[in-house]
Write a protein that binds this ligand. Structure first.
Ligand code: PRP
Length: 179
């Protein structure tokens, strides 16, 4: 375990097993379809890569970069899109792949936006869900794990752009971020 970690909460094996389980379930929903799988960078990158390789239906891949305003500080407003989709979502079945839902600001706004643009359907798949932090009315359709209000890193998740490449998910030591 990395010296900055307090404890590992999901091992590489647990992440692999749960991601596969979720992907197999989602795959069944899209029989005969060609969904557009949208990864929200950067945090979702490892989960996204593991998730899509268990889909058997034909998929197209696309990515967005959106800014998080920090939960609790924004009660309204528009999503800040730093990198938009390359593909047109009109009439498409979209699967959004996220690493974590916190306040829900990002996904609530993103789902509305894609539906406004004419997506036929929008399914939300998330690796982690911090239900107790929710401020916006949004629920994942598929969630790998519920977690409490802890600062977690690894498997794509960062603190100040560090630790994304750790193969497990761990709680960061409070001493590292001065919490
Ligand atoms: C994180 C995460 C979600 C968002 C969740 O992204 O990936 O997109 O915050 O928070 P919310 O539910 O309160 O909107 P972040 O801005 O940390 O970027 P990153 O994915 O590049 O780490």
């Amino acid at each position: 375990m990395h010296a900055d970690c307090e404890k590992i909460i999901f091992t590489e094996e647990q992440l692999k097993a749960r991601t596969t389980e979720i992907a197999v379930e989602v795959d069944k929903l899209y029989a005969g379809k060609r969904p557009l799988v949208v990864g929200i960078l950067k945090g979702s990158i490892i989960f996204y890569a593991d998730f899509i390789r268990h889909l058997t239906v034909p998929v197209e891949l696309d990515f967005m970069v959106v800014s998080s305003y920090g939960s609790g500080t924004v009660s309204s407003g528009k999503l800040n899109i730093k990198k938009d989709l390359d593909r047109d979502v009109k009439g498409r079945d979209v699967i959004i792949v996220e690493d974590i839902i916190d306040s829900g600001f990002t996904l609530a706004n993103l789902k509305s936006l894609l539906l406004e643009r004419g997506a036929a359907s929008v399914l939300i798949v998330t690796l982690l869900n911090k239900e107790e932090r929710r401020e916006y009315d949004i629920k994942p359709d598929y969630n790998c794990f519920d977690i409490g209000d802890e600062f977690v890193i690894g498997y794509g998740l960062d603190y100040d752009e560090q630790y994304r490449s750790l193969p497990y998910i761990a709680v960061l030591k409070k001493s590292v971020y001065g919490g």
